[in-house]
Design a binder for this molecule. Structure first.
Ligand code: UDP
Length: 265
């Protein structure tokens, strides 16, 4: 049973990293037929986008696990008395999951089968090579970088779904950016032949070494966003300015309204 916190209209699972990894492992090891479960990782930008994008809200509604990606979400949770125990960023969840299966594979010989979907052309293949070196027992069974605008072409989605089905992965790591990745996975979940899909933004770039995560001290003090903004100013300055304006209003609005109670999943 998972406690969920209600923050700015998002139900967020109050889990620690270890518990989230445990939950994913249970789903992956489950024998029963179940449609693909999917995981989303809200940050400030998602919280803002959700206010204006009904499709994104729907994708969040049907997500099987919702994990707080960013420090500001965890700080706000404490201020709003809906405390989340810690942040569980997608870019850390993926390597932690691989770590746990690497150990497990040594015990029973079953590798974790992973499909990488997204990032610029060629990047996922580099990520796969790096993964092989770091996690020899995690097997990348397929990679694919869809062309820009693919989501508007049903044939392209059919092609992707076919490729995934051929590779029989346990996990699909999806790095298409928000809200594209969440919308796509929600629309096609019944046809994704995998146990779990993880919507995790730039994680494939990080695995490939194509983008660097912020130094640990920046992550600790909660300014990872500043590092990202400096590395991609053209794309991110406008977005972060909007987020910085709207997010405090979302927190304030919830602070002055009656506090919603937590939910049990
Ligand atoms: N991306 C992609 N196809 C698209 C749009 C984006 O593969 O149509 C990839 C892009 O190459 C990058 C990732 O999605 O690897 C973006 O991740 P990020 O976390 O920066 O996304 P955000 O949600 O912050 O926009």
């Amino acid at each position: 049973m998972t406690v969920q916190r209600d923050l700015f209209g998002i139900k967020i699972d109050a889990l620690r990293m270890k518990e989230a990894v445990g939950c994913l492992r249970d789903w992956i090891n489950e024998d029963s037929e179940h449609s693909c479960r999917y995981v989303v990782t809200p940050n400030v930008d998602h919280a803002v986008l959700l206010q204006e994008n009904a499709g994104f809200r729907k994708a969040y509604k049907f997500a099987d696990l919702i994990l707080a990606d960013g420090h500001p979400i965890v700080w706000a949770s404490k201020l709003l008395r809906q405390p989340l125990p810690e942040r569980v960023p997608g870019s850390e969840l993926v390597p932690k999951l691989f770590d746990s299966f690497n150990d497990q594979a040594r015990n029973d010989g079953r590798p974790l089968r992973v499909f990488l979907l997204g990032a610029a052309s060629g990047v996922a293949a580099i990520a796969a090579a790096n993964m092989k070196a770091t996690w020899p027992d995690v097997e990348t069974v397929g990679v694919y970088s869809p062309p820009l605008g693919f989501e508007k072409d049903p044939d392209e989605s059919n092609y992707i779904l076919g490729r995934i089905a051929l590779c029989c992965p346990d996990v699909v790591v999806i790095g298409l950016g928000a809200p594209k990745q969440e919308l796509w996975v929600n629309e096609h979940r019944d046809r994704i032949r995998a146990k779990v899909a993880l919507c995790v933004g730039a994680t494939i770039d990080f695995l490939a070494g194509e983008k660097q995560r912020a130094p640990v001290w920046m992550q600790r003090v909660g300014i990872e966003w500043l590092h990202r903004m400096c590395s991609e100013p053209k794309r991110l300055v406008k977005r972060y300015a909007k987020d910085a304006w709207i997010f405090p209003q979302l927190v304030w609005r919830q602070l002055i309204s009656r506090q919603p109670s937590s939910n049990i999943r």
